[in-house]
Design a protein around this ligand. Structure first.
Ligand code: ADP
Length: 449
């Protein structure tokens, strides 16, 4: 400020001196006034340039001026730069924040006080079927047309609801969990989550519990009925023995069911079988043959049971799981093939090195529409025949698990009225030729347990 005053005085002094030199006393006064006006004009011009630059408020075209205006320009330039840096920092933070919300596996939509979409992440756009460009500032109620959502939106409830996704169909249901949260002045945050898998797991769990309860209730009811009869009726020894025999049958049925359930849960919960344990195919085949003969005799059917000699190969994996899978296929063939039918079991080698265990029967066969569902838990083509022969409806589900755990494949080929072939194809990596010191396969027994 002092320099400004000093410069003003210098100008006046200069003007006075020039005036005095030109016209002595009279000229001095005129020179002072003219210098003051000149200084004012120059100063105003500088001020006007600074003002014009400040109005543009950008960092380009900074005026180069001297004196006080230079300091004004410098301070304004610094303030402007600081503001630009802060704005850039805020924009960067906002961008990071939006990127984080974009990366969220859940859908996020910001709604203005009129229910229009202000912003939405890609996940929400996919889940609700929005177009991120076209549908911005559109009413959410016009885009999500599920009546449950409309009622929820209008009621302003804060509990989450589950609605069908826009691309949901009976064959491929899609479920979305949706929740609205109010924020700011009348705005709403809409969160969405794809819960299709959770809902499906829930339905499966409910079905499973219902199936198990149903399977247990039937023998339990029969058992309770017999107990009541034994308690209330005077029976002779023969009748009593018959009733006890029937009761034992029902108890056995429940036991088999529980055992199969435990096997399934063990298969699901245990680590995958390693490749270090080897079992000769002949040992597995011999056990299958023994069980098939026993079951055929128990069921009172006469079958032609043909077991081809097993090749000298060993298979790696869990011996008990493998035995349970192979025995299940053989026992199904025995149970479903009527008397005088034939059952042919063999272990073959495929051209690409894989090994194939197959069971071919001359039983009733299975219609094509059932085949893809046979490995579902409790799925039966013929309920009564399955129960009559002691089936639990879990056998092929167990086979499927074992097969998957050993990297193998289950193949089912069947013609109604002509019989079925169930085969398991084992990968070449799980097979090896039996070495000399283990060529006495029958000497190796499966460990108990
Ligand atoms: P189950 O205990 O009822 O036999 P599985 O899971 O072993 O249960 O088999 C599922 C269904 O597949 C059976 O109920 C039966 O209808 C059908 N099935 C299985 N094996 C055969 C077969 N060899 N011949 C005809 N039907 C079969």
């Amino acid at each position: 400020m002092a320099s400004r005053f000093f410069s003003f005085l210098c100008w006046q002094l200069g003007g006075g001196l020039v005036g005095w030199w030109l016209a002595h006393d009279k000229g001095a006064m005129g020179g002072i006034v003219a210098a003051a006006l000149g200084w004012l004009a120059l100063d105003s011009a500088r001020g006007a340039r600074v003002l014009a630059w400040l109005r543009r408020a950008d960092m380009t075209g900074i005026p180069s001026v001297a004196g006080l205006w230079a300091e004004v320009v410098d301070r304004a330039r610094r303030a402007l730069r600081l503001r630009e840096q802060e704005a850039a920092e805020s924009a960067r933070r906002l961008q990071e924040f939006l990127s984080a919300i974009q990366a969220s596996p859940n859908g996020v939509v910001l709604l203005d006080p009129h229910g229009r979409i202000e912003w939405s992440n890609q996940t929400a756009a996919e889940q609700f079927g929005f177009d991120l460009q076209r549908d911005m500032m559109q009413q959410i109620a016009n885009l999500v047309r599920d009546p449950a959502f409309t009622a929820y939106y209008q009621s302003a409830g804060d509990q989450e609801i589950v609605i069908a996704g826009p691309r949901s169909s009976p064959s491929r249901p899609a479920k979305l969990s949706v929740q609205l949260h109010p924020y700011g002045e009348g705005r709403k945050l809409l969160l969405s989550r794809d819960v299709t898998a959770v809902e499906q797991a829930d339905v499966m769990r409910r079905d499973f519990v219902a199936n198990v309860s149903h399977e247990i209730r039937t023998p339990l009811t029969v058992l309770a009925g017999f107990v009541e009869t034994l308690q209330n009726l005077p029976l002779d020894d023969e009748e009593r023995a018959r009733y006890l025999g029937l009761m034992s049958q029902q108890a056995h049925r429940m036991q088999t069911l529980v055992n199969d359930l435990l096997t399934l849960s063990r298969l699901e919960g245990s680590p995958l079988p390693g490749v270090g344990e080897w079992t000769p195919a002949a040992v597995l085949m011999a056990q299958c043959q023994q069980e098939a003969q026993g079951l055929s005799a128990v069921l009172g059917k006469v079958h032609a049971l043909i077991f081809e000699p097993a090749p000298a190969v060993e298979i790696s994996g869990s011996p008990h799981e493998l035995q349970s899978a192979l025995s299940n296929l053989v026992s199904n063939a025995v149970r479903y093939t009527p008397a005088r039918g034939s059952i042919h079991v063999q272990w073959g080698q495929l051209a690409d090195g894989r090994g194939e265990f197959s069971v071919r029967d001359s039983g009733p066969g299975i219609a094509p529409e059932h085949i893809s569902r046979l490995t579902e838990r409790f799925y039966r083509v013929d309920r009564s025949r399955s129960r009559e022969t002691g089936g639990t409806g879990l056998g092929l589900a167990i086979v499927k698990h074992v097969v998957q755990r050993h990297g193998a494949e289950l193949k089912i080929d069947s013609t109604p009225g002509a019989g079925s072939t169930f085969a398991i194809e084992f990968p070449a990596g799980r097979l090896r030729v039996l070495s000399r010191d283990t060529t006495a396969p029958h000497a190796k027994e499966l460990p108990a347990g």
